[in-house]
Structures are given as C-alpha cells and as structure tokens.
Design a protein around this ligand. Structure first.
Ligand SMILES: [Zn+2]
Ligand SMILES: [Zn+2]
Length: 122
C-alpha cells in the first residue's frame, strides 16, 4: 500500500461514479489550477468562475462521507468526488462554453476521464 492510499478514508465512494476514491483532490484545488492555466493563456476566467462557484455550491449541503486528505493542500474536508469525475465536470463545461479549449484542457489535466452525470448531484 502506498502512502497516498493511506490518506484515503477507507471506503469513501465517489458520488458520481460510485467507485472508491484513491487519490483525493479537493474541487477547490483542482479548480484553482484550471483557473491559473486559463490566466496563463490570457483567457478570460469569468465564465469559468461562475460555473465553478455554482458547482462548489452543490457540495455544501451534502451529508456524506468525506474522501480523505487532499493531495495538494492537505485539507481534510474533501467532498466525495474522484479526480476523474472532476475532470469530467470541467471538461463538460469547456465542451459547452469553450469547445476550443476542451482538447488542450484534457491534454494537460487528463489522467483519466469519466463521463460526468450532473443528475448525481440533484
Ligand atoms: Zn467518480
Ligand atoms: Zn485541496
């Protein structure tokens, strides 16, 4: 068992794909990195910020098991969504709002991609 795996709450399951979360990353950290990537390319970030605020709100009322310790900020209150589904959510945003950025986004952030099903959060 690797160190990373030990930081995961045993049995924490992604609310979107229902698979066990092995490398928890908090949505805040992930979204932050995407924002920096957009800024670096001189892309406007307003629409992405609007989207991500709305997305983060979906987690505020969830009463479910937390996923463990974030790989990036070491924060402990990570909502149970796996990094594959996070990439899916944000990929879905790019597909709809900025289709020309979808491919570059996936090239940089993709370490696995799962179809995002929004109804999982409703
Ligand atoms: Zn998932
Ligand atoms: Zn974090």
């Amino acid at each position: 068992m690797s160190l990373l795996e030990k930081k995961t709450v045993h049995g924490a399951m992604c609310i979107n794909c229902r698979e066990e979360i092995s490398n928890p990353i908090c949505p805040n950290c992930f979204i932050d990195r995407v924002k920096k990537w957009l800024e670096f390319q001189n892309e406007e970030t307003n629409s992405f910020e609007k989207f991500s605020n709305k997305f983060l709100q979906k987690f505020s009322n969830l009463k479910v098991k937390e996923a463990g310790v974030c790989l990036f900020c070491k924060g402990e209150h990570i909502p149970p969504i796996c990094s594959f589904c996070l990439i899916g959510v944000i990929g879905y945003f790019f597909e709809k709002e900025k289709p020309e950025l979808l491919k570059p986004f996936l090239r940089i952030f993709n370490y696995g991609f799962k179809e995002y099903r929004e109804r999982a959060f409703l």
